[in-house]
Design a binder for this molecule. Structure first.
Ligand SMILES: *Cc1c(COP(=O)(O)O)cnc(C)c1O
Length: 371
């Protein structure tokens, strides 16, 4: 009998052990200078993040959700407008649209879990103002097709890059294609704060200025408030730790890609599962490694028994959530999204996994499908 291993889906404590001293030093410096709000580490992080993405500007924010909401508000999108997105995403990809005052319109996805560009045009109306593609799982969307449609109908493009930091499409980083790129720095994302955080990228100076104002209660400068807005600033302490982590991002990205390749190689002959599609013209970063599995729930239960943590992202797509009733979608509205929701399973793919752990996961999956 094999001995049981314990492989959590993500082990955030383990991720931090090797860089703990560096992080504590960075925090100590902030405690010493005391500029907890918009201290110089925030500006330094923004500069380095903009460089990473190959864009002019980056603005540190308190979450990926706020990055999306502020992007829409800065573009003037609100009441009476429609924005097109995918329903297989985290709820923020749609709630941001409602929070900005507009209406989300869902497009079905393809076998790559991304909004299918061939279906977008049918959903465009005179009210459509923007396309909001999600680089789901860390796989970049077909930005060429999306930008062509956006140009034809004069729509803004907001990239939901929450899962896709460091991903590339045709050699260009995500977050640099649209009017704005919205990133999450949530602890479960690949470049993760030790708490909440987000960042918005843009090449548009006008948007950059608006976002600076919108994140800061609408203040353009001291004593001059120009918008009703909220407080969405990235904390200096988080920026200081993120600066440490930025140094490891490339290494972590490559480790995740290597883990993904391991699964591809060792699971490809199992007929009960469907692996992520091949990468064409892109560099995917595998925020999640999603497979589709026959007898998904049984497989998940079996892996749990073997000590292996997995997740389902997500069992209920956004358009079928109770909150979305008012939007008028029903079962069958988005057939591919719904079929996948019943079959998807996210395997551990974190950069802190050891080779013997991956082997253990692969062997357990093989054992399940032999039964
Ligand atoms: C995590 C996530 C968000 C929200 O980011 P927060 O920082 O948690 O607000 C938005 N969209 C997608 C696709 C996400 O995965």
């Amino acid at each position: 009998m094999r001995c049981l291993m314990n492989i959590p889906y993500v082990d955030l404590a383990e991720q931090h052990t090797s860089i703990k001293d560096e992080l504590l030093n960075a925090v100590a410096k902030v405690l010493d200078h005391g500029k907890f709000i918009l201290g110089e580490e925030v500006a330094e992080f923004e500069e380095r993040f903009a460089q990473l993405c190959g864009v002019q500007y980056a603005v540190g924010l308190n979450s990926g959700t706020d990055a999306l909401i502020l992007a829409l508000r800065a573009l003037g999108i609100g009441s009476g407008d429609e924005v097109i997105t995918a329903a297989n995403s985290f709820v923020s990809s749609a709630s941001c649209i409602v929070c900005a005052g507009a209406k989300p319109i869902f497009v079905d996805v393809g076998e790559d879990y991304l909004m299918d560009p061939a279906l977008i045009e049918k959903t465009i109306t005179s009210k459509t103002k923007a396309l909001l593609p999600v680089h789901w799982t860390g796989r970049p969307g077909d930005m060429e097709a999306i930008k062509t449609i956006a140009k034809k109908y004069k729509l803004a493009v907001i990239e939901d890059c929450a899962q896709a930091v460091n991903a590339e499409y045709q050699g260009q980083k995500v977050g640099s294609f649209g009017d704005a790129g919205c990133f999450s720095l949530h602890p479960l994302k690949t470049l993760n704060a030790c708490g909440d955080g987000g960042v918005l990228t843009t090449n548009r100076h006008d948007l950059y200025e608006k976002i600076l104002t919108l994140r800061d209660n609408g203040f353009y400068r001291r004593n001059e408030c120009v918008s009703w807005s909220n407080n969405s600033r990235l904390d200096t302490i988080q920026a200081a730790m993120l600066l440490v982590k930025l140094n490891y991002l490339e290494k972590w990205t490559e480790q995740r890609r290597k883990n993904a390749r391991f699964y591809q190689q060792h699971l490809k002959d199992i007929s009960g599962i469907q692996l992520p599609p091949e990468e064409k013209d892109m560099r995917a970063v595998y925020h999640t490694l999603i497979i589709q599995a026959d007898r998904r729930d049984e497989l998940q239960a079996f892996l749990t028994e073997q000590g292996i943590g997995t997740k389902v992202h997500y069992a209920v797509p956004i358009h079928l959530q109770p909150v979305a009733k008012e939007l008028g979608y029903k079962v069958g509205s988005l057939p591919v999204t719904e079929r996948q929701a019943a079959r998807v399973l996210s395997l551990p793919v974190s950069q802190s996994l050891q080779p013997e752990m991956l082997e253990y996961v692969v062997n357990a999956i093989r054992e399940f499908y032999k039964k």
